[in-house]
Design a protein around this ligand. Structure first.
Ligand SMILES: Cc1cc2nc3c(=O)[nH]c(=O)nc-3n(C[C@H](O)[C@H](O)[C@H](O)COP(=O)(O)OP(=O)(O)OC[C@H]3O[C@@H](n4cnc5c(N)ncnc54)[C@H](O)[C@@H]3O)c2cc1C
Length: 511
């Protein structure tokens, strides 16, 4: 990490406000007991074993590596948002699952927070563990076993690595993120939407078994038959009850080739009606609705459709019969592996240090939510496309229609209507343009609040949560109660994954 970046991170740390910690749950009052201390996650009645900033003492014997140097700590405090910077006291690069078990137990004994980090694609500090331990999953990145209908992979494996192995056998997961540099553990922890979700739901709907290390440091295998409650509270569970070390993902036959085409619309009614029709009949395997700026600065709706079976132009045209687009771009044909590598429109260097330099150059207060379709179109028209403040420096607005009944995992929250429409606002401000960043943050907060009033749901990696109570509202009373019970059972000392602010204070987003 550059000196400039390290200095900026230091300043941010120095200015960071202390946070209150939830240290227990009071069943009578139905609320968590807050510890007003500003300490690094020290349960009541204990003191921190050593002063902040000094290396940890009495560490267990580990096969992997623990880093305490500033560069490693700063790197663990930088994510794709570059808004929240909370430094851990140590970064563990585990050589084995046993290292993670030992470190989680250590965190319990010493009252430290501990969080797993994939590739840090989150934007609001969800991977951070202030003055605690960050586990870098990239050293546990093996694809372990491919069967005829599933693949087992370690948490730090990227989707690119997983697919390299499965595609050789003619197989692939039915749902994956758009960007192949995300990790298996990160994807399962956030839930993950993909271009095939209109047919299959979230990535978490494709997961059939997990090995996890609970907040108490127990290594447990869970599935819908075995420890089902733990399983459901880990899928899209943002690392609150356990850290994932292995995931089994169901596989389907991989296509040989994919043909994609952009259908360009003049009319919003036709754009949303056609998406609804394509979701209902499922004729295209790949589907995404999106607004892009044309050369005149006008936001134009387009649907990107993709077929895994059409091989000729005539077949592709036949699949588009009855749709009301105004024009279409040239079709693009690719082999399936090429398609996987090129389906994302997010330009992101895959590897540090270039990736970290790019992350450090901009702040990225992107927001994502799901609206009930009945309110979606007017919301997007009035509050996104019709609002200069909302658009700010937004460079793409994705807006896909989704069948919410395909998303079956309780923690992957969708609006309470059969069809929903997403709004993803990808936006960023140069790191030295504070005014623009504050405008984007304010308009993002405003959009999220408006979304809540029409029954929308935030997507947690881009959720812009400002108060702990927003989580309870997000999950709704029944699911919230389940999560609280699971947290008490599997992570009773509240050591795991403080970053999202579900059982701790949410981060300060002042940047
Ligand atoms: C370029 C880019 C493309 C994206 N594409 C998509 C997409 O197509 N679909 C979509 O739904 N989202 C997408 N996202 C949003 C989302 O931020 C990432 O999917 C998510 O953060 C996973 O990335 P990661 O593997 O780097 O995990 P991180 O960002 O490192 O972690 C995400 C969260 O999961 C926790 N976590 C990570 N690993 C584990 C583990 N093994 N056990 C327990 N908890 C863990 C972390 O503590 C954190 O809270 C994208 C983000 C970016 C920047």
């Amino acid at each position: 990490m550059s000196g400039r970046l390290a200095r900026r991170a230091f300043l941010t740390r120095a200015l960071a406000a202390p946070s209150a910690l939830v240290v227990g749950f009071d069943p009578d009052k139905r609320s968590w007991v807050m510890d007003g201390s500003s300490g690094p996650g020290v349960p009541r009645g204990q003191t921190a074993p050593d002063g902040g900033g000094r290396p940890l003492e009495g560490l267990p014997r580990l096969a992997g590596r623990v880093s305490f140097d500033e560069a490693s700590l700063d790197a663990a405090a930088l994510d794709n948002g570059n808004i929240v910077h909370r430094q851990p006291r140590a970064v563990l690069q585990p050589a084995s699952v046993e290292d993670i078990v030992a470190m989680v137990r250590y965190a319990n004994r010493h009252g430290l927070h501990i969080a797993m980090r994939g590739q840090g694609h989150s934007v609001y500090g969800q991977t951070h563990a202030e003055a605690g331990i960050v586990v870098d999953s990239s050293t546990l990145d093996r694809v372990l076993h491919v069967a005829s209908d599933s693949v087992d992979a370690q948490a730090g494996a990227t989707w690119a690595a997983l697919n390299r192995v499965t595609v050789e056998k003619g197989l692939t997961p039915a749902v994956m993120p758009d960007t192949m540099t995300l990790t298996v553990g990160g994807g399962v922890s956030v839930g993950t939407w993909g271009h095939t979700s209109h047919r299959f739901g979230g990535l978490v709907d494709m997961v059939s078994e997990l090995d996890v290390v609970t907040g108490e440091g127990q290594l447990v295998t869970c599935s819908s038959q075995r420890e089902p409650e733990l399983f459901e509270m880990v899928l899209a569970g943002l690392g609150q009850c356990a850290l994932i070390v292995r995931a089994r993902v169901r596989l389907v036959r991989a296509p040989d080739r994919v043909v994609r085409q952009n259908l360009v619309y003049e009319d919003l009614d036709a754009f949303y009606a056609d998406q609804q029709r394509l979701v209902e009949d499922g004729r295209f395997e790949h589907l995404e609705g999106r607004f892009m700026k044309d050369s005149g600065g006008r936001w134009r709706p387009r649907i990107e459709v993709g077929s895994f079976s059409a091989s000729t132009d005539a077949e592709l045209a036949e699949l588009q019969r009855g749709l009301r687009f105004a024009s279409r771009d040239a079709a693009v044909r690719r082999s399936y592996p090429e398609y996987l590598e090129t389906k994302s429109f997010v330009p992101l260097p895959a590897e540090p240090p270039e990736r970290d330099e790019m992350r450090a150059s901009r702040r990225n207060p992107s927001i994502v939510g799901w609206l009930p379709l009945s309110a979606g179109q007017s919301f997007i028209e009035a509050h996104v496309l019709g609002s200069a403040a909302a658009l700010g420096d937004t460079w793409v607005v994705a807006s896909s229609v989704m069948d919410t009944t395909r998303f079956t995992r309780p923690l992957f929250k969708m609006p309470d209507e059969r069809l929903a429409v997403s709004f993803w606002l990808f936006r960023s401000a140069p790191v030295d343009d504070r005014r623009l960043f504050e405008e984007l943050l304010a308009s993002g907060g405003d959009l999220i609040d408006r979304m809540r009033t029409v029954g929308g749901k935030r997507y947690p990696p881009y959720g812009l949560v400002r108060a702990q109570s927003e989580w309870e509202e997000h999950y709704g009373p029944d699911v919230w109660q389940r999560l609280v019970r699971a947290k008490r059972q599997f992570d009773p000392n509240n050591v795991l994954t403080p970053g999202p602010g579900i059982f701790t204070s949410p981060p300060d987003l002042k940047g």
